[in-house]
Design a protein around this ligand. Structure first.
Ligand SMILES: O=c1ccn([C@@H]2O[C@H](COP(=O)(O)O)[C@@H](O)[C@H]2O)c(=O)[nH]1
Length: 231
């Protein structure tokens, strides 16, 4: 059976609601992502319960701190049994190397480690408020190159940068892309968006999708349609 390419972002503020959705899922249909909201509300036990149900869990805490702190945080995250963790690439090379070392020293050295480049909620005008004279594409390439230099497994970027990154960095680098919206669905706060088939055709490894699935009247139906559209 093919590995699922959709990672569902479980951004619920209610654990029962999240679990009632998860209980309809099968680990062969999707991976799941736990982000800052659910981790802050429900903690490591919630993460471990998803791992125990057999799901590949992406723990999306986007660590960004001094190298020593991030290294230890990544080690602790890996030991929860998750499939993948992440940091912000803008934390720099020593921070990313410490993250990698923390995972290598954990009891789960196979845990994947990726770095966030430019948030998919940022367009040119927002990026200009943070850094001068650079396009989102240029900044993604710069941070993705630094991530590859640090030896991480890949990056979080938008699907719009996937063709460029496949050309510049290569095939053996995970491209994990939020900002995925089926045709006609509300972009919300996402700015650099693509549809699921466009993203896959561009060379993306995994699609991160939250609200278009979790806030649909029939989340399972949307997930199945997305899977069919990219199979
Ligand atoms: O650049 C980024 C990094 C992470 N995210 C996270 O992905 C999901 C997207 O959810 P949607 O509801 O499909 O917009 C969410 O958990 C974000 O924290 C991102 O969107 N962009």
């Amino acid at each position: 059976m093919q590995e699922p390419r959709v990672i569902v972002a479980l951004d619920y503020d209610n654990q029962e609601q999240a679990l009632s959705f998860v209980d309809q899922l099968d680990p062969s249909l999707c991976k799941v992502k736990v982000g800052k909201e659910m981790f802050t509300l429900f903690g490591p036990e919630f993460v471990k319960s998803l791992v125990a149900k057999g799901f590949d869990v992406f723990l999306d805490l986007k660590f960004h701190d001094i190298p020593n702190t991030v290294g230890k945080a990544c080690k602790a995250a890996a030991e929860l049994g998750v499939w993948m963790v992440n940091v912000h690439a803008s934390g720099g090379l020593p921070m990313m190397q410490a993250a990698k070392e923390g995972i290598a020293q954990s009891s789960r050295p196979e845990t994947k480690l990726i770095a966030v480049t430019v948030l998919t909620s940022m367009d040119q005008s927002q990026l200009s408020g943070v850094i001068d004279n650079v396009t989102p594409e240029q900044q993604v390439l710069r941070l993705a190159s630094l991530t590859a230099q640090a030896g991480l497994d890949g990056v979080v970027c938008s699907a719009k940068e996937a063709v460029m990154l496949r050309n510049e960095i290569g095939e053996d680098f995970l491209l994990v892309t939020p900002g995925i919206r089926p045709k006609g669905s509300d972009a919300g706060d996402q700015k650099r968006v693509m549809t699921p088939p466009e993203a896959i055709d561009s060379g993306v490894s995994y699609l991160v999708m939250g609200r278009p699935i979790t806030q649909a009247s029939d989340p399972m139906d949307v997930l199945k349609q997305v899977n069919a559209s990219i199979s």
